[in-house]
Design a protein around this ligand. Structure first.
Ligand SMILES: [Zn+2]
Length: 481
């Protein structure tokens, strides 16, 4: 496929000159697929696009940027393995296979590659890693990249999530309706239909701009096509990054207790002192797709107009979609091997089984990998390398999270995460190392002093603060607010 920069998709829109807005747009399933792919993006991917300056102007989703920058700044040795930090900064798309087939890809995360050990790939000890730099149980680097055989798309089928040849109506607030004259009546009421339609070729930069506006504005199409240089949020739009959690607490499994330090005078949390469990929960936000955040919030997120896109997936008839893509878009979850076992915030995409063998119906003796057993002759089942497991020998069951234990973290109210003791809490005895961490005089006391100075401009004593404990998920749950 050609590179994204030169690829465009066609869209036609109608403008209301009096009100200077896009009243309605019309496009094929090809374009709607790209809009729906916004829901598959992990929050970490959106933040990475922002940090790589891919959007015009700034994009802030609550405090997620702070969380992302904290992960970037944390010392590599507070993570469970040397792959964890990269996994959080560049999370995989839970529907990667679908998104790879889009005409224009918003998610530019490199596609998953498959590696085997050059020595063990012929014996019975068959490991496959979807991460570069993994070490085999024989201690050699698993660096032999091997092709993954996949089923090609069915003959004559176009489209990724929706039928490619179908036409759709797109409202300025990203509500999507099936293309029909009847559906155009209401939005086009009071509008002179003799106005000329505008046909545009939408390129990747404009798609990224639509994504940004979808997260910040209720008129993304007007913003992008009529006011492209005005990158700020429309003043009339109330902007609440996240509404209060409104879903069922049944979505959450497990619980975690944290100690929070409150300021008496402000009656406000200044910071929380936590272990790896709570930080695992926080950083796992980066791996969760936007669609699953909306699923958790029952589709009610005051984040631009993205909830209209989500509602459109819900409301469009199943016949518009290909296979199970409607269900997948409503809760794309977290990519395989990126979830947290202890605190499961979102649906996990099932970890697939991998098989190793020669492609059926060929004479070549080169072995390949496939998730589909019968694509291979004499297939052998492979073991999947767990990227968050630092233990080389055996113990390769699914890791519980990203952060190393024991380790003490300090989390500020705006989700900046720091470690005390600079992460040097790697001794085997939990009690002693935890004590070492909290009594690291330089960092802990300096942090506290900084907090007090911020609070009282240095004139109030430490007793302006008190600590209390919170338990999450029993009755109350949190998401970035
Ligand atoms: Zn090996």
């Amino acid at each position: 496929m050609a590179t994204n920069e030169e690829v465009t998709v066609t869209m036609t829109y109608w403008v209301d000159d009096k009100q200077e807005r896009v009243v309605m747009a019309e496009a094929s399933g090809e374009f709607v697929d790209i809009l729906f792919s916004f829901l598959t993006l992990p929050l970490g991917t959106i933040t990475r696009l922002q940090s790589d300056n891919k959007f015009p102007g700034q994009l802030e989703i609550g405090c997620i940027n702070n969380l992302y920058e904290s992960v970037k700044d944390l010392s590599p040795d507070v993570f469970r393995s040397n792959m964890c930090q990269k996994m959080l900064l560049s999370p995989r798309n839970p529907l990667e296979g679908y998104c790879q087939r889009l005409k224009l890809k918003v998610d530019d995360t490199p596609p998953t590659k498959h590696f085997v050990c050059p020595t063990c790939s012929t014996g019975s000890n068959l490991w496959v890693s979807t991460f570069e730099g993994a070490t085999c149980s024989c201690r050699k680097l698993m660096d032999k990249e091997t092709e993954l055989l996949e089923e090609g798309s069915k003959e004559g089928e176009s489209g990724v999530f929706v039928r490619g040849n179908a036409m759709f109506l797109i409202c300025d607030d990203l509500t999507i309706l099936p293309g029909s004259p009847g559906n155009a009546v209401l939005p086009l009421r009071n509008y002179q239909l003799d106005a000329q339609p505008m046909e545009v070729q939408v390129d990747k930069n404009r798609i990224l701009h639509i994504l940004k506006q979808a997260l910040t504005s209720q008129t993304p199409l007007t913003d992008v096509f009529l006011n492209p240089n005005q990158t700020s949020v429309r003043k009339t739009t109330p902007f609440y990054p996240f509404s209060r959690y409104t879903g069922s607490s049944n979505n959450f499994k497990g619980s975690v207790e944290i100690k929070v330090i409150m300021s008496k005078s402000e009656n406000k949390i200044k910071f929380a002192e936590t272990d790896g469990d709570f930080v695992d929960f926080l950083v796992s936000f980066l791996t969760i797709s936007l669609g699953s955040i909306l699923h958790l919030m029952n589709g009610r997120v005051s984040l631009g107009s993205i909830q209209n896109l989500y509602a459109s997936v819900k409301n469009l008839d199943s016949s518009c979609f290909i296979g199970s893509s409607k269900k997948l878009l409503l809760n794309p979850g977290v990519a395989p091997q990126f979830g947290c076992k202890s605190i499961q915030v979102s649906a996990l995409q099932e970890v697939p089984k991998y098989w190793y063998g020669v492609k059926s119906g060929t004479n070549s003796d080169e072995k390949k990998i496939s998730k589909i057993r019968n694509m291979l002759r004499d297939p052998e089942e492979m073991k999947l390398f767990e990227p968050r497991c630092c233990d080389i020998d055996g113990a390769r069951e699914r890791a519980i999270g990203f952060m190393k234990r024991p380790c003490i973290f300090v989390v500020s109210d705006d989700l900046k995460v720091k470690t005390t003791a600079n992460g040097r809490t790697t001794t085997t005895n939990a009690t002693t190392s935890a004590t070492n961490a909290t009594t690291n005089t330089t960092s802990s006391i300096q942090y506290l002093r900084q907090q007090i100075q911020n609070n009282y401009k240095g004139t109030e004593p430490v007793d302006g603060f008190f600590d209390t404990r919170y338990r999450f998920f029993d009755t109350e749950s949190i998401l970035p607010d």
